[in-house]
Ligand binder design. Structure first.
Ligand SMILES: *Cc1c(COP(=O)(O)O)cnc(C)c1O
Length: 403
């Protein structure tokens, strides 16, 4: 019988999160890798410089290409998600742009899911098309029906499951299998799933994209993107990012790695609180629908349960039809829900959404106003009370001025 060595066994996520990307011996024993502020890297000799430059993605040769700080973060995230390597970029949107343009060149066609993050759609429609790349958006519920949409020049399929506004789930393994049969590369925005709760590479994804601005940073104080991939796709995206001159700032890399150390603990709490608030909202007379795949009975719950290891704290609510003034009365007076974009920090947020403006292959028939909530680490009983008071204000406005 072969002896199991310490090296062969895949570590559990919590252990990876505590240990990956750390090398105290290399840094005078300090637990965390320090922040390397560096542009110029100097060498003791020409031969040492030439040797380092032969393998630039594994050595420190120039600040833009990588420092011990960025490599530490990249290694840790890649190990957690199950990829080989990752690339830190200045924002989530930069990660999306660097990944797509690595695979789609002039004359190519890409398939993009219709519930995609708004600025990613804008990047395709207002930038990519100008460089001769055509885009077809598709209904997120399609799987086998996608095949007829594949053209001779189609290069990639871009997914976002669930979408971060209306939370439609995609059958990622089925779509990936089809895409691979047709020689396409599968890119996915995995910001909602995080490297903890959706293991992209086990589900057929080739290139996983994160807005590390959200849960990896986790504290609403940095902008960062990450692209995670196996070695060959990593080289393609990394080379492209280097051509574009994209690199992440050292302080943001440091903060993101610090955030990563608590990501699982935070996510479990976000999930528990979000479920409690979402359950309460589900029974509320002013609520038409709760869009949260982790909620039993919700749209996409079966796929979420099959493919995901957990859920984050982001979901949307469709209200019963009511006036804009009534929604404003509710939202403006909330005490614990900040009104603003982004999510994934420790605090709760609310944001009115207009999904009808951000799709072309499908239609969003407005049943009522949509509010997106990020449920933070506050006690859910306080959050529910805050929302209850908000609904009272909504009701008061609605009754004063009949719609
Ligand atoms: C925020 C977000 C992005 C973009 O990230 P930035 O760091 O803000 O550029 C991409 N995808 C999703 C799903 C997001 O929520």
């Amino acid at each position: 019988m072969e002896q199991q060595t310490n090296r062969d066994r895949r570590l559990k996520d919590s252990t990876i999160i505590a240990h990956a990307g750390r090398d105290p011996e290399a840094h005078s024993g300090a637990v965390n890798p320090p922040v390397y502020h560096a542009s110029t890297i100097t060498f003791p000799s020409i031969s040492a410089m030439n040797k380092a430059r032969q393998d630039r993605f594994n050595n420190v040769t120039y600040g833009r290409i990588g420092t011990p700080t960025s490599y530490a973060l990249e290694d840790a995230v890649a190990e957690l998600e199950g990829g080989d390597r990752s690339i830190a970029l200045p924002s989530g949107l930069a990660a999306i742009a660097a990944a797509i343009t690595a695979f789609a060149k002039s004359g190519d066609h890409i398939l993009m899911v219709d519930n995609v993050y708004g600025p990613a759609r804008k990047f395709c429609d207002q930038f990519l098309t100008g460089y001769g790349v055509s885009v077809t958006y598709f209904d997120p519920h399609l799987t086998a029906e996608l095949e007829p949409l594949i053209q001779e020049n189609t290069r990639l399929v871009y997914l976002e499951s669930p979408g971060s506004q209306t939370f439609e789930m995609q059958d990622v393994p089925a779509i990936s299998a089809l895409a691979h049969r047709r020689g396409l590369t599968v890119l996915m925005d995995n910001t909602w799933g995080t490297p903890c709760f959706f293991k992209s590479f086990e589900k057929g994804v080739d290139v996983s994209i994160h807005a590390a601005t959200k849960y990896i940073g986790g504290h609403s104080d940095l902008m960062l993107g990450l692209v995670v991939a196996k070695e060959d796709h990593y080289r393609t995206v990394k080379s492209n990012a280097m051509l574009l001159g994209l690199c992440a700032g050292p302080d943001d890399c440091f903060l993101a790695l610090r955030g990563l150390r608590t990501i699982e603990a935070r996510l479990r709490m976000h999930q528990a609180h979000a479920l409690e608030v979402a359950n309460w909202l589900t029974g509320h007379p002013l609520v038409e629908q709760v869009l949260y795949p982790a909620l039993p009975g919700a749209d996409g719950h079966r796929l979420w349960k099959r493919d995901f290891l957990g859920a984050c704290g982001l979901f949307s609510v469709v209200l019963r039809p009511c006036s804009e003034a009534a929604v404003a009365a509710m939202v403006d007076g909330l005490r614990f829900f900040g009104l603003g974009a982004s999510w994934g920090g420790f605090e709760s947020l609310v944001l009115p959404m207009h999904p009808e403006d951000l799709r072309s292959a499908t239609r969003w028939e407005p049943l009522g106003p949509v509010l997106r909530f990020h449920i933070g680490l506050e006690d859910p009983r306080d959050l529910i009370h805050d929302l209850e008071c908000g609904f009272d204000r909504l009701r008061a406005v609605q009754q004063a001025v009949p719609a």
